[in-house]
Write a protein that binds this ligand. Structure first.
Ligand code: ZN
Length: 152
């Protein structure tokens, strides 16, 4: 279990230091701001939708290691997916960071891939908003034209 925790820590540190898809997307057709006032995390999420497929996803901004690495891992998971599948991942990730990877209604940790790195967040309620911020923003970007999302 110790090794697993270290692996998860490494994933978060790596994505915080070298975030993937961290750039302005000039030809995005959805651009949504994310702000978490509790922590000061502030990001812009860019989506390029091709029909109901997320053909590209990127983000810029700054915040704590949890929020930045979460946005980075999310971008790698969702790129190329259909919106219904992205919604499915949102639900699964939400369950993971609010309820953890064990207990009633839990989803097997093996199904999460790199997202499993955030399974320990459920033990730190104050950080759940950091982890879920980019996901909420992405979901809103998929389903509306709103320009600002806060987790408040
Ligand atoms: Zn944060």
């Amino acid at each position: 279990m110790e090794d697993l925790r270290e692996l998860y820590q490494d994933i978060i540190l790596d994505h915080n230091k070298n975030p993937r898809n961290f750039r302005v997307m000039e030809d995005a057709n959805r651009v949504v701001e994310a702000y978490n006032p509790l922590c000061g995390d502030r990001y812009t999420i860019y989506l390029k939708l091709d029909g109901d497929t997320i053909s590209d996803i990127a983000f810029t901004g700054s915040g704590c290691a949890i929020s930045k690495s979460s946005a980075s891992v999310m971008s790698t998971v969702l790129k190329g997916l259909r919106t219904a599948d992205a919604d499915g991942w949102f639900e699964k990730f939400h369950t993971l960071v609010t309820k953890g990877a064990s207990g009633e209604g839990a989803i097997a940790i093996e199904e999460f891939g790199k997202l499993a790195a955030f399974s320990g967040i459920s033990e730190f309620p104050a950080r759940v908003k950091c982890a879920i911020l980019s996901w909420h923003t992405m979901k809103n970007a998929l389903h509306s034209d709103v320009s600002t999302v806060s987790t408040e």
